[in-house]
Design a protein around this ligand. Structure first.
Ligand code: HEC
Length: 110
């Protein structure tokens, strides 16, 4: 009986430990910029294009011509977009996600 109790306690603490370890990894998880881009932006910017304004695609060269050159500039566009684009505030897309999306755009659409 005593042995059984010890085994139960041991198993319980192992599973508790496993659960907290799982939570920690989740918290530190990297944001998937591609997935976030597809969720929030791809409807209007499929493959980095622009369905309503072909002069304002997300290609690096085109953005540079329009003064959008860095991660910060892209985030500024999300927070304060031009005509026809949805506004993404920090509640909809937190900074961490916004950065991941911006990095994804800069390295994906040349
Ligand atoms: C409802 C459609 C729509 C959605 C959704 C949308 N955009 Fe846009 N986006 C536009 C339009 C329209 C423009 C051009 C606005 C203008 O004239 O300044 C634009 C322009 C931009 C530009 C400037 C491009 C350039 O060449 O000057 C960036 C950067 C951008 N969007 C990023 C994003 C990101 C990142 C997301 C997702 C978080 C997103 N957009 C979601 C419609 C959209």
């Amino acid at each position: 009986m005593k042995k059984g109790t010890i085994a139960t306690v041991a198993m319980l603490s192992i599973s508790l430990f496993a659960t907290s370890a799982f939570c920690d990894t989740k918290k530190g998880e990297k944001v998937d910029g591609k997935a976030e881009f597809e969720k929030h932006c791809a409807a209007c910017h499929p493959n980095g294009g622009n369905v309503s304004n072909p002069q304002k695609t997300l290609s690096k060269a085109v953005m540079a011509k329009n003064g959008v050159k860095s991660q910060k500039d892209i985030i500024a566009k999300m927070r304060n977009p031009g005509p026809g684009m949805t506004k993404f505030d920090a509640k909809t897309v937190p900074d961490k996600e916004a950065k991941a999306i911006a990095d994804y755009i800069l390295k994906t659409f040349k």
